[in-house]
Design a protein around this ligand. Structure first.
Ligand SMILES: Cc1cc2nc3c(=O)[nH]c(=O)nc-3n(C[C@H](O)[C@H](O)[C@H](O)COP(=O)(O)OP(=O)(O)OC[C@H]3O[C@@H](n4cnc5c(N)ncnc54)[C@H](O)[C@@H]3O)c2cc1C
Length: 267
């Protein structure tokens, strides 16, 4: 690891000012993605600006229509929050199955979204639930946020402050995990709400995407059989040492059907 400076930001404005004062600085949240990258000398920030002590970024607010989660809330706190479990169990369950205990205790929703790992779980929930990413300067809809592999719509100095999830009628996430890392070999988030059915897939391609064929099938007939009957075009999916594109394509409707089957009303 290369040498670097470290400072804790007291509020969002101070964090952004600190980043702008040093063009090679980076925000630090749970460090579960950034620190391994630095250890491998794939990143060399001059300074880390820790955003996890900013009180406003640690808040969770839940009402009947919206779940708002501060960017620095760790996965374990989403998984263990009784209100989120009640209104949005699909999201609480997703957070409970990220990585291992250490990753869940340190990793944050903001860090996960800013990183946009192609196999990360939260991007599927954000896209599937049509959430809004709130930053220090604007609101970005899920459809506009994820740009490509490890790439988002964020400006280099832009700080995610919170994520707003509309509460759907029903939602669920099913993941076929890589046993070594627990990242998604394929993960599918299904949500049914006022705007219809949305299905978001992670792990299968260079970035999270909406499976429109499944959305259409489930909008017409919200059953496991309808999901299973969909064929996914695997030509743009990933092949790697863990699975072929065809296998990933096969898993998508299987996991969507499981999500439909496991879905609970009220979230
Ligand atoms: C062994 C292991 C297993 C894992 N398994 C899974 C899994 O099953 N599913 C899954 O989804 N993830 C998994 N992860 C990743 C984990 O969820 C990380 O927590 C997440 O990717 C990054 O969050 P972080 O808070 O640690 O961010 P950091 O590593 O601190 O930062 C990541 C990036 O985001 C930027 N950043 C951080 N916060 C903000 C912010 N508020 N605004 C703007 N930019 C910001 C940083 O500058 C950096 O570029 C795993 C990680 C490990 C090490």
């Amino acid at each position: 690891m290369y040498a670097f400076d470290y400072q804790r930001a007291s509020d969002a404005k101070a964090a952004v000012a600190a980043l702008n004062a040093d063009s090679d600085a980076k925000y630090l949240a749970g460090g579960q993605s950034l620190l391994p990258t630095m250890r491998l000398r794939l990143a060399q920030p001059s300074q880390l600006i820790d955003v996890t002590r900013i009180a406003a970024l640690k808040e969770i607010k839940v009402d009947a229509k919206t779940v708002t989660i501060g960017a620095a809330v760790c996965h374990a706190d989403v998984a263990g929050n009784a209100d989120i479990q009640r209104v949005l169990p699909g999201l609480a369950g997703l957070a409970a199955n990220i990585g291992d205990r250490q990753v869940r205790a340190l990793g944050t929703i903001g860090g996960s979204l800013a990183n946009n790992d192609p196999a990360a779980c939260y991007p599927a929930a954000v896209l599937g639930l049509n959430a809004t990413v709130v930053t220090d300067r604007r609101r970005i809809t899920a459809d506009d946020f994820f740009v490509g592999m490890y790439e988002t719509a964020l400006e280099p100095d832009e700080l995610i402050t919170a994520v707003e999830f509309p509460v759907p009628e029903r939602s669920a996430y099913e993941k076929f995990h890589n046993p070594a890392s627990h990242f998604a070999l394929v993960g599918v988030f299904v949500a049914k709400g006022a705007d219809g059915v949305r299905v978001a897939v992670t792990g299968a391609a260079s970035s999270v995407f909406r499976a429109t064929a499944l959305e259409q099938a489930l909008s017409a007939n919200f059953t496991q059989a309808a999901a299973r009957a969909v064929t996914i075009d695997a030509s743009t999916l990933n092949t790697d040492m863990h699975a072929s594109a065809d296998y990933r394509g096969h898993l998508i409707p299987v996991l969507a059907a499981r999500a439909v089957g496991g879905i609970s009303s009220g979230g």
